[in-house]
Design a protein around this ligand. Structure first.
Ligand code: NAP
Length: 289
């Protein structure tokens, strides 16, 4: 199979893009991910707070968010939809389609609609919206909150202006990767969004082993986090070295690391991880039914 080419955008773009300078963006749902994204836009000065609006099912959360950030709080999603050029659907996947039934008539032609909902296809959302909007699916991960995210997106049509708008919006939050909906987007969801959870699970094993060998929890946590952070930063800053080169540099023949690695391979750790990734993909497919 020929390798698929992906559109990758990274690094910070602090200059306000002329396309975004006058746009208004509304979040339907202001939970964890919406707040992460909105704060990322304001902090990186890609949007001003007055360009951002939100609605939320429970009003208390919305009021607090608006008070903290200076964004506009709307009581009515219909009214917000009329006021905004870009709409971000930021509810949980299980709430999305029912919620759309209430306000699907309020979308306008050519509005950009961004769905964050894991597992719900472009086709399904397009069917649920009563207007020819420009639809995008985004898959962010939680490190986007510290601008170290991996943010995947897929769009229904090959529209370069739309791609630029999405890349300008999301590159301040991390690495932005366009992937075709289907296998590539599923893999991105599992490796980047669920992947953060898998890495935390590994870090817990690491910490527990250190605790069993005499370190207190706080020190063991710090050592674990710094080991993962150090390895990641080293890989990030060694653009001339592959991961295999970096591995070779810590592995001397018949040494300590080599013994541990040999055992990892004997235990088929890779097979275990691949199996877990595939199970997560299956669950992503199940949710999309
Ligand atoms: N968190 C992640 O790591 C992550 C990663 C990738 C993608 N995502 C996606 O991001 C989306 C949001 O996830 P989240 O973690 O931010 O969830 P969340 O914290 O539960 O936020 C969802 C928000 O939507 C609100 N809501 C529900 N129905 C609504 C409606 N009809 N109108 C207005 N607001 C409504 C909820 O209001 P209440 O205050 O009443 O509950 C809640 O504040 C999901 O689709 C998820 O798949 C999340």
């Amino acid at each position: 199979m020929d390798p698929v080419r992906f559109n990758i955008v990274g690094g910070e773009r602090k200059v306000m893009n002329h396309y975004l300078a006058h746009k208004k963006i509304g979040f339907v749902g202001c939970g964890n991910m919406a707040q992460t994204i909105a704060r990322g836009w304001v902090d990186s000065q890609i949007l001003r707070p007055d360009q951002i609006s939100a609605t939320n099912r429970s009003p208390g959360k919305l009021k607090k968010f608006a008070d903290d950030t200076g964004i506009n709080a709307f009581d009515s999603t219909e009214q917000m939809l009329e006021d905004c050029d870009v709409i971000v659907l930021a509810m949980k996947p299980q709430d999305l389609l029912t919620a759309l039934e209430d306000f699907q008539h309020a979308f306008t032609d050519n509005q950009i609609v961004i769905s964050l909902a894991a597992g719900i296809s472009l086709h399904t959302i397009k069917k649920a919206i009563n207007a020819p909007v420009r639809l995008v699916r985004i898959m962010p991960n939680t490190p986007a909150s510290i601008k170290e995210g991996v943010i995947g997106y897929c769009i229904a049509d090959n529209n370069n202006e739309l791609k630029t708008a999405i890349e300008d919006l999301f590159s301040p939050l991390g690495l932005v990767i366009e992937a075709d909906e289907g296998e590539a987007f599923e893999a991105l969801t599992v490796s980047a969004a669920s992947g953060v959870g898998f890495v935390f699970e590994l870090m817990i094993y690491w910490r527990e082993w250190l605790e069993e060998h005499g370190f207190d929890e706080e020190t063991a946590t710090l050592m674990t986090v710094k080991t993962f952070l150090g390895a990641s930063k080293l890989a990030d800053q060694s653009s001339n070295l592959s991961l295999e080169d970096l591995l070779a540099r810590v592995t001397s023949k018949k040494g300590v690391t080599a013994a541990g690695l040999a055992s990892m391979r004997e235990l088929e750790l890779e097979r275990g991880l691949r199996y877990s990734f595939e199970k997560a993909v299956l669950r992503d497919r199940e949710l999309s039914q």
